[in-house]
Design a protein around this ligand. Structure first.
Ligand SMILES: Cc1ncc(COP(=O)(O)O)c(C=O)c1O
Length: 391
């Protein structure tokens, strides 16, 4: 690639100058807005979706967003309209919900077990479904159920590229599973998937080379055996917009990018201006001049620590950058303020409302029945359609 092309790509991806800034003023929030609640800036979410889709378009990658972050039909439709080729889910229940707006769904999870089979097969009668698996045992189970129901299920073989969760790291085992799938009457081998959760922003070339090699060796061997690998699916939010550094990927599945959170900010993936979702909470007690208790506890913010700074507390107060959410009970969030805030009388009073940016938005969303879209002026409630669907 020549230097001029690089500049051109960067110019295309530099939306910042064109992006307006969301007005998060608390005066814009009606006094009777329930708290704790999750409020999503329509504008920032739309910008995040567009930025990722533009990146994929420019780099020739297909985007199949992971919907576990938002669990929302509104958000899924936004992603599909922007140009996503399909949607990713973790669970069959989520796939059932997302099938209302998408005909091509990838369950990036070993969706096995008797309790899942009948629902998976029913789904496959209506939409194109693929599943990510890493064993012959899983393939056998899905093949038997699919044969019985007379449906076809797509399969992506899950390769461990270094995150060491699910996935096969031994090339010969990956080939055994892929060959088995390819030989089955009711399974279609679509390709391979991986989750590069261990690769963080600023990862060096060596990490990216190793990521690419762990896939390319397996793909080459499969192709030599006459087994075609159409989809090579990777991508997390931290790696998403660097996916071109792994030249074998042709599809990516970031999820968190639509809303972003404190994890992504502190990992250096995005800025606070790209965080679309905030928690609105009310101060319900002020036991000390420098301490308040809000109505958002672990049942709102989750107990997840920050991935980059585990001791930094359970969220971030954008209007009080030096404050710390020090402890959570289920319904209480305890916040300590700095001496500067305390001495200057800035600490909120009982009844005041505050914004919080959670460490990990995906878990928080799943704790709410609804979220509120904020268009800069007014709020509208939407359901978290796939909330709690863990099967
Ligand atoms: C299999 C799989 N794919 C994609 C993603 C999306 O990654 P992120 O949350 O970084 O956007 C996840 C996240 O957990 C995942 O587990």
């Amino acid at each position: 690639m020549v230097f001029g092309q690089v500049l051109n790509l960067n110019a295309n991806l530099n939306h910042k100058a064109r992006e307006r800034t969301m007005d998060w003023s608390l005066q814009n929030i009606p006094a009777d807005q329930p708290t704790p609640s999750i409020i999503v800036s329509t504008e920032i979410a739309e910008q995040n979706v567009k930025r990722m889709q533009d990146y994929c378009n420019i780099r020739g990658l297909k985007l199949r967003p992971h919907t576990k972050t938002h669990k929302s039909l509104w958000a899924a439709q936004l992603q599909m309209k922007a140009g996503a080729v399909g949607l990713t889910v973790a669970k069959v229940g989520e796939a059932e919900v997302m099938s209302q707006v998408c005909r091509d769904i990838f369950i990036a999870y070993p969706a096995i077990g008797q309790h899942r089979m009948s629902r998976l097969m029913a789904l496959a009668k209506n939409v194109d479904v693929s599943v990510g698996i890493d064993s012959v045992a899983a393939a056998e189970q899905i093949q038997s159920a699919a044969e019985l129901e007379g449906v076809k299920i797509g399969v992506l073989v899950d390769i461990d590229v270094g995150f060491h969760r699910t996935g096969i790291h031994d090339a010969s085992k990956a080939i055994e599973v892929a060959k088995y799938v390819a030989s089955q009457s009711h399974l279609t081998l679509r390709g391979v998937m991986c989750f590069p959760g261990h690769i963080l922003p600023n990862a060096d070339d060596q990490a990216w080379e190793s990521y690419e090699r762990s896939l390319s060796d397996i793909i080459r061997t499969l192709q030599q055996k006459g087994i075609s690998v159409d989809i090579v699916s990777g991508g997390s939010t931290p790696t998403a917009m660097e996916s071109h550094r792994n030249r074998v990927l042709n599809e990516i599945r970031p999820g968190t990018y639509i809303y972003n959170d404190l994890n992504e900010v502190r990992l250096g993936v995005c800025g606070f201006e790209h965080v679309a979702a905030r928690v609105l909470a009310t101060v319900v007690s002020k036991p000390e001049p420098n301490k308040v208790v809000v109505d958002a506890g672990s049942k709102t913010l989750s107990s997840d620590r920050n991935a980059a700074l585990p001791d930094s507390g359970f969220g971030y107060l954008p209007d009080y950058p030096d404050a710390k959410v020090v402890r959570l009970s289920e319904e209480h969030g305890e916040i300590l303020f700095s001496d500067i805030d305390t001495n200057s009388g800035r600490v909120p009073e009982v009844g005041d409302r505050i914004w919080l940016i959670p460490n990990h938005i995906c878990v928080c969303i799943n704790l709410q029945n609804q979220f509120y879209l904020h268009d800069g002026h007014s709020l509208s409630a939407l359901p978290v359609d796939a909330r709690g669907l863990l099967v």
